[in-house]
Design a protein around this ligand. Structure first.
Ligand code: HSE
Length: 465
């Protein structure tokens, strides 16, 4: 088959930009042999044209003038790698209006302005490809959109921020404190320059907004997602949770809400008439949340360590599917971007983009389950005065809120000022009841610091037999 030349322009020549330039240059022959497409890097735009880079470009390719890319009609694809939401949005709009298809890794921009950008792309007859925006090199978006197209997606549980996973892994296995683990993650380049969005769960929420919209078929707004980060996690809780059989992960969770409450098997084993009716009635209720989660140590996601990402998805036909790999970094992200460039050039992206039918935002407001209605299990730690009757008081407050204890742990004389850590785990309970109980516990003069509360997420596993 005759080769087709495809000219590509990059905007942003940082770490990922260098990776994309390297792949396009070094793998051009291999890509041509596989696809009949001859990728050519025609133009790279960056405000900094002087600093030395990891990749050497041919003379005349690097410029600080974006019009060189916008005005060149022979360049079909513009790759936006600027990051952030202000300049990047204007760049993407200009690329689309100039008749170029857009490839991007910009999760924050898509999560905040994705709907507006998609409308602009449709209006201009172009497409936006964004595989690299979620979970770096893992082909999760095409996995959901294409590989799982025949399924109703019932739930997804993702470790989608490498920085948080690295920090929690190190706090678990090396007994490091949070600041020590964070500074190590920054040194290794996993965290963004400003790690706030990594550790406060914002980055995971951006990725969940994108993944959930694809999986559930709705325009999702960031406000739909409940977000809690890992900034206040202490290694003591990781340790106590570990003793009770749990491993701590920051999870991004998208679930059909009533399934969370009434059908935690996601239909893997549940075939009763009642369960089927419940699923049908609840189809349109979705719970979207990012929070630290204790999961069983023998769950497959518990073995995802360090900066790796993984997403476990439950589909109506396929059961459980798990995607695993590097969620960040120069070459894994470049791998996803160049895959998108190829898909755009082959015409596949335009087709899938045209058929990406997301129900409009104004139809979704009532469909998002409020966090107060979440039914899950909880880990609660109290620093209690070591004196008679305290455990009974705690039990009484929980009982008054109809919360049933499923496990308990207390170590002798560990806390400051004659306090002991009292840890209880609960049976499935509504979040609003636990919030009320925590307020009451906090008022007891035998409880000496704010109660710590971490959700326990019982992720089902699709197993043989
Ligand atoms: N800072 C992000 C992470 C990079 O740690 O996962 C990839 O989005």
């Amino acid at each position: 088959m005759a080769e087709k030349k495809v000219k590509v322009g990059l905007v942003g020549f940082g770490t990922v930009g260098c990776g994309v330039a390297k792949l396009i240059t070094e793998e051009a022959d291999a890509i041509a042999a596989k696809t009949s497409l001859r990728l050519e890097l025609a133009c790279v735009v960056d405000i900094d044209t002087q600093s030395p880079r990891l990749v050497k470009l041919a003379d005349g390719i690097l410029t600080n003038d974006i019009n060189r890319l916008l005005d060149d009609d022979t360049i079909q694809i513009g790759v936006e790698l600027v990051g952030g939401t202000d300049a990047a949005k204007q760049i993407q709009l200009k690329l689309l209006e100039a008749g170029k298809d857009v490839v991007t890794a910009n999760k924050a921009l898509l999560a905040e302005y994705g709907n507006e950008l998609m409308h602009c792309a449709h209006k201009n007859g172009r497409c936006i490809a964004f595989e690299a925006s979620c979970a770096g090199g893992i082909p999760i978006i095409s996995g959901i959109r294409t590989g799982l197209a025949a399924n109703e997606i019932r739930a997804m549980y993702g470790i989608v921020n490498g920085t948080c996973n690295y920090i929690l892994s190190n706090m678990t296995s090396k007994n490091e404190d949070f600041p020590e683990a964070l500074s190590q993650a920054q040194k290794l380049g996993y965290a963004e320059a400003d790690p706030t969005l990594d550790i406060n769960g914002g980055d995971s929420a951006h990725k969940l907004a994108i993944l959930a919209s694809i999986a559930f078929g709705y325009e999702i707004a960031l406000d739909d997602i409940f977000v809690e980060g890992i900034e206040s996690i202490s290694k003591d809780d990781i340790c106590y949770g570990g003793e009770m059989g749990y491993c701590l992960k920051l999870l991004a969770i998208g679930q059909k809400a009533s399934l969370a409450a009434r059908d935690s098997s996601h239909g893997l084993q549940s075939t009763s008439h009642e369960a089927r009716v419940t699923r049908h009635e609840a189809r349109e209720k979705i719970s979207l949340r990012v929070h630290p989660s204790f999961i069983a140590k023998d769950n497959r996601l518990a073995s995802v360590d360090g900066s790796f990402n993984a997403v476990s998805i439950f589909g109506s036909a396929v059961g459980q599917v798990m995607y695993y790999g590097r969620g960040a970094g120069m070459m894994p992200t470049a791998s996803a971007i160049v895959a998108d460039i190829i898909d755009v050039a082959l015409g596949n992206s335009a087709t899938t983009f045209r058929h990406l039918c997301l129900k409009p935002r104004n139809q979704t407001a009532a469909l998002i389950e409020k966090i107060d209605n979440l039914v899950t299990r909880f880990y609660i730690r109290l620093m209690a005065k070591d004196q008679p009757g305290v455990f009974a008081q705690v039990g009484k407050v929980l009982a008054e809120n109809a919360i049933s204890i499923s496990g308990a742990l207390q170590h002798e004389g560990q806390g400051p000022d004659n306090t002991v850590p009292v840890v209880v785990t609960t049976h499935p309970t509504r979040q609003s009841k636990v919030t009320a109980a925590l307020e009451n516990l906090d008022k007891l003069d035998t409880i000496c610091s704010r109660p710590v509360c971490i959700r326990i997420v019982d992720i089902p596993e699709d197993k043989e037999g």
